[in-house]
Design a binder for this molecule. Structure first.
Ligand code: NAD
Length: 497
């Protein structure tokens, strides 16, 4: 595809400038080549972005807008993304090595997110509440101020949109810090947002080190809210810093999500769903269905069929339309995934499919890893407890509902769950018994922007998406207005009244 990278500048405080931090090297891991080198942001850039954001957020040019006027910016951002889907997809595929089919879908979903929150903004009412006296009570919603949005590398345009759209819709300014492995698409979003004429300073993009720039954002006194998606340990550190300032923080963290296959399921549907649930995005997905529980009565046959289907998956270049499993984002990440497979072997696991880099000579220069299935481990093994974030599935047997609910819930994470059975009542009951923010019944990895998303336990705090997603970026204020025109009797004033 004939596309080009832009120069090395980043979008700070309403202008394109060189960042003062360490350079950021974007790589195309599928080919082991460099994309471009950006000037990374520094803590001083974060300070400058926040100072300008604070002024822009408080300016009547932004605060004075009616909701439908603010919404018009979001509609324009949505249209800008839609008009540039091919470029955004190309940039994100080069930055993350995801297939073009996937990055096109992510870009379309980001456009939908901006459109949705524009519509939510235009249709959300403040409340008149029931009074207990001769007064009028209203509950109104106001912006928080400057929001820090910190995102991971796996689906940047979609995670950026899930934070930036509701935060702007709610009347805030946003400082976005993308992950260092995937900075390019967030800067592309900045170009699109700039072209809508959004008042300068309301939006900045600061690619840079988490420890320097991310940390400065979280601790800065003028950041009123932190919206974070990323790893659990980073989330914990961030929440501690936010606690010192007593500001709201939402955390979308990792997962080790169970998929449950009952012996009365449609096996072909289940196999297709399981493959998609763990191996799409090369497993680099927080909601990957990475622990598979198969009922013991069908275990051997089902797992054999799953292994056969896994071996048939096409591992290939992200720009080849036949590819199902592409390269991992970075050679370092492949080393981490390979480390987990080595650990599984040490723990006594048996590798039934995959287990290493593919042999194909044309993939030798990339960070590819074969879709891998591991059996023979107990749910307590580290391989079954820790997030691998790669194309690695562990398979375990279970005997019945009670057993599988106990095993599925025996994990620190609580992000998602898949259930496969023709018995809808059983699916519902098991779904309600599993600790997870999202349950899929006879499907997996389906998403609607209208449906809240988030995790429990080590998978996070708070929900994104849905109509309430807008309110997460606002504070509520209650206003009482007297209707009586009478002095308060307690005061006995004026005398004799
Ligand atoms: P990460 O935690 O390493 O980094 C996430 C972001 O936090 C990056 O922008 C990083 O620079 C920044 N950061 C790092 N240290 C920081 C600090 N001390 N202060 C402030 N910011 C800091 O995660 P990652 O490796 O980029 O992404 C993978 C993780 O994200 C996985 O655990 C995955 O499950 C999770 N994830 C969760 C969801 C969800 O919605 N639940 C979605 C996608 C990814």
């Amino acid at each position: 595809m004939s596309q080009e990278f832009r120069d090395d500048r980043i979008f700070v405080a309403g202008e394109w400038r060189k960042g003062g931090g360490a350079p950021i090297r974007s790589v195309f891991a599928a080919e082991g080549v460099e994309n471009t080198v950006l000037s990374g942001a520094s803590a001083a850039d974060a300070d400058a972005a926040i100072e300008r954001a604070r002024a822009a957020q408080a300016d009547p040019a932004w605060q004075g807008l009616k909701p439908h006027e603010r919404a018009s910016y979001l509609y324009r951002i949505s249209e800008g993304i839609s008009a540039n889907i091919e470029r955004i997809a190309w940039i994100q595929s080069r930055d993350t090595s995801k297939t073009l089919a996937e990055t096109r879908a992510l870009a379309a979903s980001a456009a939908g997110t901006f459109r949705y929150f524009a519509a939510v903004l235009e249709t959300s009412d403040d409340l008149l509440t029931v009074p207990r006296g001769d007064y009028l009570t209203a509950s109104v919603h106001e912006p928080l101020g400057v929001v820090a949005a910190i995102t991971p590398w796996n689906s940047p345009i979609a995670s950026d949109a899930q934070k930036v759209a509701p935060a702007l819709a709610a009347g805030n300014a946003v400082v976005l810090k993308p992950a260092s492995w995937s900075p390019l698409v967030s800067l592309e979003l900045a170009h699109i947002i700039e072209e809508t004429g959004l008042p300068p300073g309301l939006f900045s993009v600061l690619p840079g080190s988490g420890r320097e720039v991310g940390d400065r954002l979280v601790r800065h006194p003028d950041i009123a809210r932190v919206s974070f998606t990323g790893g659990t340990e980073t989330g914990r550190a961030l929440a501690r810093a936010a606690a010192d300032k007593l500001i709201p923080v939402s955390l979308e963290l990792g997962g080790k999500s169970p998929t449950i296959v009952f012996d009365d399921c449609d096996e072909d549907l289940a196999i297709a769903g399981i493959l998609f649930g763990i191996f799409s995005s090369s497993g680099q997905s927080c909601i990957a269905g990475s622990r598979l529980f198969v009922q013991d009565s069908i275990y051997d046959r089902f797992v054999a069929r799953l292994v056969e289907a896994t071996r048939a998956l096409v591992v290939g270049h992200p720009f080849d339309p036949r590819t199902q499993v592409s390269s991992l984002i970075h050679a370092d990440h492949r080393a981490s995934v390979a480390g987990y497979v080595a650990l599984a072997r040490e723990e006594g696991g048996e590798v039934l499919a995959g287990g290493g880099a593919p042999d194909a000579p044309d993939l030798a220069g990339g960070a590819y890893f074969e879709p891998t299935i591991i059996a023979g481990l107990d749910n307590s093994a580290r391989t079954c407890r820790e997030e691998i974030f790669g194309p690695v599935l562990v398979v375990m047997p279970f005997s019945g509902v009670e057993d599988v609910v106990a095993q599925a819930n025996d994990n620190d994470y609580g992000l998602a769950c898949g259930i496969w059975s023709r018995d809808q009542r059983k699916c519902w009951q098991v779904g309600r018994a599993i600790r997870a923010g999202t349950v899929w019944i006879n499907t997996y990895k389906q998403f609607s922007i209208s449906t809240p998303f988030g995790g429990d336990g080590a998978s996070g705090i708070g929900r994104e998406k849905g109509r309430a997603g807008l309110r997460a970026y606002q504070r509520q204020k209650s206003v009482y207005t007297d209707l009586s025109g009478q002095p308060h009797p307690w005061a006995r004033w004026p005398a004799g009244a």
